[in-house]
Design a protein around this ligand. Structure first.
Ligand code: PLP
Length: 426
């Protein structure tokens, strides 16, 4: 496969863009090699700058659930653009998207639009702190909530520890207010709450994590987390940036029948345009400015073009709910097919899958949290990634990222994918 133009562009990109990319994981650091530059995409197929085609299992890290350049979404965006790309003043499109979110997601009365998942999560914890008048938050090791200071915290080994920043630039003071524990470990959650009485404002969690590969919460885990939070007057924040509108119209809240106090969104809510949102019950959301004292703002928040993209994407999902069972069936087919092939090659592996999220871990242990995900064999993953790429299959360039299927993925694409896995020499 000739990728000369991508190589050339990557060289050039490094002159004026740090690392040649505008978001680190795009640089292929954990798998080696060079990123691919794309020029267009349609449905489930990406085309790079050399004209090579790839079946897309990243879907722009989640947003493109309907596939690329979906006609209704494109049309809605084009129509919006003609009426100006920004007013910095209210438009009816913001109401339409807010109404759709409140209709689709359980327990949300009001929602504030922002421009990214990071903004949604950082605003949600500020709101939780303002509402509860407490400072500390709990997050889970391996869960990613964007790049705001409070979230770039690494847990120490073993039991829960005070946070240590894992990026220079995050102050000790900020890190000390972020407590961490292992996903699926309810005892640690209990322990942290009992060690920090009346200090924890909120617990933020990816209810189905996708940032250490896909991880499935064990039976009862999320419900127990909610019970502990409420027993301690802390808010439960579901970060549904990946799962919202993807695993079900109402996200994990609907799928597991558990509502959170605040929910954050990104990715699918913007259908490929920069949109994030956070929402919850009126009594909490009324703490946000201008009604309440918790300040949060944005020049481009509720941008009309981004709203049009989000509205058409969510409306399409609402009108075509069979998409969810179809995505699940495709993911199950992939899981079954890949499992059979890898078994026949005597590989150690685990495949975690829920709806349209899936990940292959090369390990002989169940993957339930960050530690077990980190035990995966990255050398095999790297070879697997490049083998698939060279066979026209675009997987996430890290074992710590979930695959995201989109509605345009066909039986033929799945067969091609399985044929490529079959040719992998483990
Ligand atoms: N929360 C989760 C669960 C995410 O996966 C991400 C990004 O991947 C974010 C928050 C941050 O979103 P964004 O990249 O839009 O800032």
């Amino acid at each position: 496969m000739d990728r000369a133009k991508s190589k050339e562009l990557f060289q050039k990109a490094q002159n004026h863009i740090p690392g040649g990319v505008n978001s680190p994981v795009r640089a292929f650091k954990s798998v080696g090699g060079q990123p691919i530059f794309f020029q267009k995409a349609k449905g489930a197929i990406l085309e790079d700058v050399n004209g090579n085609e790839y079946i897309d299992y990243i879907s722009s890290w989640g947003p493109m659930i309907l596939g690329h350049a979906q006609p209704q979404v494109v049309q809605a965006i084009q129509k919006a653009v003609e009426n100006s790309t920004s007013f910095g003043a209210p438009t009816s499109a913001e109401i339409d998207l807010a109404e759709l979110v409140c209709k689709m997601a359980p327990g949300i009365d009001k929602v504030r639009m922002v421009n990214s998942g990071t903004e949604a999560c950082m605003s949600a914890i500020r709101l939780a702190r303002g509402f509860t008048k407490k400072d500390k938050i709990i997050k889970f090791e391996g869960c990613y909530h964007g790049h705001a200071d409070s979230f770039l915290i690494k847990a120490g080994s073993g039991a829960s520890t005070l946070g240590i920043p894992n990026s220079p630039g995050v102050t000790k003071g900020v890190a000390e207010d972020t407590l961490t524990c292992s996903f699926n470990n309810i005892e640690q959650v209990e322990e942290i709450f009992s060690q920090n009485p009346n200090q924890i404002a909120a617990l933020i969690i990816e209810p189905v994590p996708g940032n250490m590969g896909c991880i499935i919460p064990q039976d009862g885990f999320l419900q127990k987390v909610k019970t502990i939070c409420h027993a301690n007057d802390a808010l439960l924040i579901f970060d549904e940036v990946m799962t919202g509108f993807r695993l079900a119209p109402g996200g994990v809240q609907e799928l597991f029948g558990i509502t959170a106090d605040l929910v954050t969104y990104g990715k699918v809510i913007g259908g490929g345009m920069p949109v994030g949102a956070y929402g919850g019950r009126t009594e909490i959301m009324d703490y946000v400015a201008p009604d309440g004292p918790v300040y949060q703002a944005g020049t481009l928040s509720g941008n009309p073009v981004a709203m049009a993209s989000g509205i058409s994407t969510l409306q399409f999902l609402l009108d075509n709910p069979e998409i969810y069972s179809s995505l699940n069936a495709k993911a199950l087919k992939l899981k079954k097919g890949i499992s059979e092939i890898l078994k026949s090659k005597n590989a150690d592996f685990r495949i975690n899958q829920l709806g349209s999220m899936l990940s292959v871990h090369f390990t002989n242990e169940d993957v339930l949290d960050f530690d077990s995900a980190a035990k995966g064999n990255n050398e095999i993953f790297k070879r697997f990634f490049h083998h698939m790429l060279n066979n026209g299959i675009y997987l996430p360039p890290s074992a710590f990222e979930s695959w995201f299927l989109n509605d345009a993925l066909s039986e033929i694409h799945i067969k091609k994918t399985l044929d490529a896995v079959d040719r992998f020499d483990i």
